[in-house]
Design a protein around this ligand. Sequence first.
Ligand code: NAG
Ligand code: NAG
Ligand code: NAG
Ligand code: NAG
Ligand code: CA
Ligand code: CA
Length: 343
Amino acid sequence: MRDHLKVLSLLLTVVVVMVTAREFDGKSSLSVPPGDCEVVAVSEGTPIGSEIYVFRLPSFVSNVTVVSPGEGALEDWGVRVDSDSGQVIAIGRLDREVRDWIQIDAFITDYSTVDAEPQSVSVCLNITDENDCAPEWTMQPYPYLAAVSPDAPPGTTVYQLTAHDADLHPNNVFSYYEFAGRSQYFQLDATNGTITTRGHPLVAGQEYDITVMAQDTAGNQSPRVTVSILAGRRPPQFYQEQYSVDVYENQPVGTIVLTVQAKSFADLPITYSFLSMGVADPAFSLNGSTGAMSVVRPLSYDTMPHTSYLNVLATEQGFDGMASIMQVSRLIVDFLDLLTSMK
Ligand SMILES: *[C@@H]1O[C@H](CO)[C@@H](O)[C@H](O)[C@H]1NC(C)=O
Ligand SMILES: *[C@@H]1O[C@H](CO)[C@@H](O)[C@H](O)[C@H]1NC(C)=O
Ligand SMILES: *[C@@H]1O[C@H](CO)[C@@H](O)[C@H](O)[C@H]1NC(C)=O
Ligand SMILES: *[C@@H]1O[C@H](CO)[C@@H](O)[C@H](O)[C@H]1NC(C)=O
Ligand SMILES: [Ca+2]
Ligand SMILES: [Ca+2]
């Protein structure tokens, strides 16, 4: 059985989604402030209700009116300006990881003078970092799987942990820890996250689970996750368990609607192919080396099945019998719906 085509029994569903526009992440960039903007450092840990800054009003019958950003935006960012007192108050969490710079443009009107000519003023809040973020795992694909030869020599790299801490240096410095697992067989480098063998013989076919965690210098901890290390060969693992794609019927021939990719645990090239298990879908083809699925004949919402399921096989070249299957479901969407949704 072992030498026969070994296929992951897990069927993964992929729905093809066409992304038309990426949303701007909305983060303000910390550019050099204009000369007339007073820079004030404000910690993102500033308690709610604290006074951040005060616009100095020339007389007690003067007031300050914010011009930009709009009042709603400013409140969303956790800041409010009191028109009568000129106080700038933290009314919510100032999150540096979301926004590190807030420029408030306002004008001050002095009603004690005859010509109440508004005077324009600006303050730039430089939101400074606190250690409020924990490391987050960045390994791909999930679940975290590895494979190693049962007689691998000591020091063989088995898996590379990677994580990201969104704080600024030094608040983003963290170490990796093994929480539970097989430390007699594997060693985790606390600094660089490399898991290596210690050289103890492994039992062929056995899975060795290691639970790991990353923690920054303030004690913020990542979630605990498990890496499963198989002593032996593992079939390729698709990078995504699920895709979601709508293909608009006006997509021209040649359009790549989806790229499937799988990881080889033996660092071998992978070949992708359709398995003719499901309904044949002659409108799409799969590039064997890249996994790119593209349109090969004009699509029609009216005459083609709206949904079809395609099974993709990922085979390791030169590694006999190692393959995985994933099911791709694709949906053809009426072009009229696209026009309607664009209005
Ligand atoms: C502040 O000044 C604006 C005009 O700039 C005026 O419309 C508003 O009523 C004033 N607010 C107060 C509280 O005096
Ligand atoms: C904002 O504050 C940080 C931290 O104190 C500082 O390094 C940076 O130079 C400041 N930026 C500006 C434009 O003043
Ligand atoms: C991680 O550190 C160890 C030494 O502690 C070193 O042998 C290994 O090459 C490093 N791995 C990477 C990926 O930097
Ligand atoms: C697959 O993609 C590669 C890289 O884009 C390209 O060079 C190759 O011609 C493609 N193969 C087919 C059969 O389309
Ligand atoms: Ca941190
Ligand atoms: Ca932070």
